[in-house]
Design a binder for this molecule. Structure first.
Ligand code: NAI
Ligand SMILES: Nc1nc(O)c(N)c(N[C@@H]2O[C@H](COP(=O)(O)O)[C@@H](O)[C@H]2O)n1
Length: 280
């Protein structure tokens, strides 16, 4: 018998229906890609202020989403095989990276059904996690899956032991040097490796480097299937972590989203859209 979900969140069908088209198939729209590359379905999702900032200062966790859009993020987490962040976010936020919607595994549901696999990109081993880091503790408690850490160098035996103790693993990939350009980008390497391990869908939550890199002028932009952005009614002011990819006038028609839907959720608004419509 599953434990009662005391701290679980609710997200009603009336709120989730307009978002479903932007989720991975079979729930969302089936996408036929002309530029065939075997990768998971990718949704870029994050919360920003009115001045396009993710956090009030580098390394500082900043609450932007209100209760309904926060529940929306957790609903999204239940629909993806994996949730991915960069190491800057792991260090700044000590995040849970689990799904706390009522009825998923660990929150009233069975096993770990509906829990995404946390994936942290940490090429040079900056994240000094311990068994008390939230994501590790939740994995131990059966409230989330154990993380995969994408590394660029072999980890120490100590780090490997802590991670493997909770059921996680290191994926050591070549993230620099020769071969990256041939692959397309580091994102091609990362997403290709996740697909090979059976991950069919990934929601990418941030932080600033990750989002700006994916939206920037490189080939990684073509890997994004949908975008779900929460916009909170607040300004954070200069000096924060900004979403503002490198670009230029000539890129504007390419980076404008299509199939756009705006959904008010409490005091926030959620923007859904698709880049790359021409790739389908
Ligand atoms: N409002 C929101 O929705 C969110 C806010 N945040 C905020 O963002 C801030 C963290 O952002 P950043 O410092 O920019 O860090 P980040 O989380 O984007 O991590 C950047 C680091 O990850 C590694 N990395 C990421 N992608 C890589 C790739 N393709 N290849 C090789 N290495 C890669 C690199 O070491 C890079 O320096 C924090 O303040 C956090 O609170 C983070 C996520 C969501
Ligand atoms: N949707 C959303 N709204 C905000 O206001 C945020 N600050 C974030 N941040 C992201 O959520 C992670 C923290 O949440 P959990 O502890 O995992 O529940 C954080 O790491 C960012 O990825 N997101």
């Amino acid at each position: 018998m599953a434990a009662p979900a005391r701290d679980a969140l609710q997200f009603p069908d009336s709120d989730s229906r307009p978002i479903e088209d932007y989720l991975p198939p079979p729930f969302g729209v089936q996408i036929t890609r002309l530029d065939y590359f075997d990768k998971p379905f990718v949704t870029l999702t994050f919360a920003t202020s009115l001045d396009s900032q993710l956090a009030i200062a580098p390394g500082v966790q900043t609450v932007l989403s209100g209760p309904r859009s926060k529940a929306m993020t957790h609903f999204l987490r239940s629909k993806y095989d994996a949730i991915l962040i960069g190491v800057g976010t792991a260090i700044a936020d000590n995040p849970s990276l689990n799904c706390r919607i009522e009825g998923v595994g660990g929150y009233g549901g069975e096993g770990l059904v509906g829990q995404p696999r946390p994936v942290i990109i940490d090429p040079s081993g900056r994240w000094q996690f311990t068994e008390e880091s939230k994501v590790m503790r939740l994995a131990k408690e059966g409230k989330g899956k154990a993380p995969f850490i994408i590394a660029g160098v072999e980890p120490s035996n100590t780090r490997r032991a802590v991670l493997e103790n909770v059921g996680g693993k290191f994926l050591v990939l070549k993230l620099s040097g020769e071969g990256i350009e041939k692959a397309g980008s580091t994102w091609h390497v990362i997403l290709g490796a996740l697909k090979k391990r059976g991950i069919q869908s990934v929601m990418i939550e941030g932080g600033g480097f990750v989002i700006n890199d994916l939206l920037g002028p490189g080939p990684a932009y073509s890997l994004i299937d949908s975008v779900v952005v929460t916009i909170a009614p607040t300004w954070l002011g200069k000096g924060g972590v900004q979403v503002s990819p490198d670009g230029g006038q000539e890129r504007l028609p390419v980076t404008r989203l299509q199939d756009v839907r705006w959904l008010p959720l409490g005091e926030d608004v959620v923007l859904c859209g698709r880049p790359n419509v021409s790739l389908r």
